[in-house]
Design a protein around this ligand. Structure first.
Ligand SMILES: *Cc1c(COP(=O)(O)O)cnc(C)c1O
Length: 355
């Protein structure tokens, strides 16, 4: 096998590429993986040299702490290919920063920029041909870290693996979603881990989401754990509500994750003169606006879907329909953000990073 060293990253190339087996015109989200992956071990208090190796199974001891105590974190990013085959990342330094915020909350070591940013850039460069170019498609990048160190003692592990995998992906959602305001289960709490992208946060959402699906909804709207009165997030996305011409989203906190799409929407809105309010929005206010006809839009924001418009919300056995607007904020933000991501517009914010 060919083995080279590039900027302190060891590269072992796959002998056979799987790229010919992939139908790039019909990609689902995050279910096909490129030829290579990055792996870097943390042992004896230090990170070792990152390696890029063929994508495939990894071996762990049954006593690895990831299996018992769930010490694991991840990020979600994308690489975009323009019509000249140039590749761009969107605000990658923010993902790196948030990854280390998650790491610190879960008592895991921080990953240095040379491993995180340079590592994923080297991997993308190697698997460049896998980055899709069709409209709405992108290379989903999944950096993650977990406790590989052994022991049944409930304490932080002494060894970790940082990895990056790439999944060429089609558009995340087709169409608008129907959501249910959750009043029993909670996603996060004050002093908890809601702001960290850690595995258990998502596993804990599966059951309430399944129950909502059985009732005919696609997703739940999370409310505060205390009174279930404040609107917090839409599934694993931040949430925006437009009442009249004002766009409202909750303040980030222990409970609300600091989304990069969320803050990009706020910054674009400011630049375009759209009035925004970062404040707590209650379910009472939402229902009152729906009844008064001032509720214009609701949408989720996140890297995977960018903007995910909501058609209906359910609350206490009543469904409230949102209007179908021409020139919605959701459409405008989606266009502004994706135009920057795919290098179709001038990047006045300095968010685009060329590979
Ligand atoms: C990742 C995530 C988001 C969106 O963050 P982006 O940086 O915009 O992708 C929002 N809420 C939760 C709970 C998340 O895990």
């Amino acid at each position: 096998m060919e083995s080279t060293t590039n900027n302190a990253i060891t590269i072992e190339k796959a002998q056979n590429s799987k790229i010919a087996e992939v139908d790039f015109d019909n990609l689902a989200f995050g279910s096909v993986f490129s030829d290579h992956m990055l792996v870097c071990d943390y042992r004896n208090g230090a990170w070792e040299t990152p390696k890029i190796i063929p994508y495939g199974p990894i071996s762990l001891m049954p006593s690895a702490k990831i299996f018992h105590y769930g010490q694991s974190i991840f990020e979600g990013m994308k690489a975009y290919k323009d019509n000249k085959d140039d590749i761009f990342l969107f605000r990658p330094a923010d993902n790196h920063k948030r990854f280390n915020i998650s790491a610190s909350r879960m008592a895991m070591p921080e990953v240095p920029v040379e491993h995180f940013i340079e590592g994923l850039k080297a991997l993308l460069t190697l698997d460049k041909a896998w980055i899709p170019q069709t409209e709405g498609s992108a290379m989903y990048i999944r950096p993650f870290m977990f406790a590989s160190g052994e022991g049944f003692h409930a304490s932080p592990a002494d060894a970790y693996k940082f990895m990056v995998c790439l999944a060429p992906s089609g558009p995340y959602f087709a169409g608008k979603v129907k959501v249910l305001i959750e009043e029993k289960y909670s996603r996060s709490a004050n002093g908890g881990v809601g702001y960290a992208k850690t595995g258990g946060n998502y596993a804990g959402q599966f059951h309430p989401t399944q129950l909502a699906k059985e009732k005919g909804y696609h997703q739940v709207i999370w409310t505060d754990d205390h009174n279930h009165e404040n609107i917090e997030e839409a599934g694993a996305m931040n949430i925006f509500v437009r009442i009249g011409d004002t766009l409202i989203t909750g303040p980030t906190s222990d409970r609300i994750l600091n989304g990069i799409t969320r803050k990009s929407v706020l910054e674009i809105a400011a630049a375009e003169g759209i009035k925004t309010e970062v404040r707590t929005l209650t379910v009472t206010e939402l229902v009152a606006a729906a009844k008064a006809g001032t509720l214009k839009e609701m949408f989720g924001t996140g890297t995977a879907a960018v903007i995910s418009p909501i058609s209906t919300f359910g609350y206490r056995a009543t469904d409230y329909q949102l209007p179908d607007l021409e020139n919605s904020y959701a459409d405008r933000f989606k266009k502004s953000i994706t135009d920057i991501q795919y290098n179709r517009s001038e990047d006045t914010f300095g968010w685009r990073v060329k590979l």
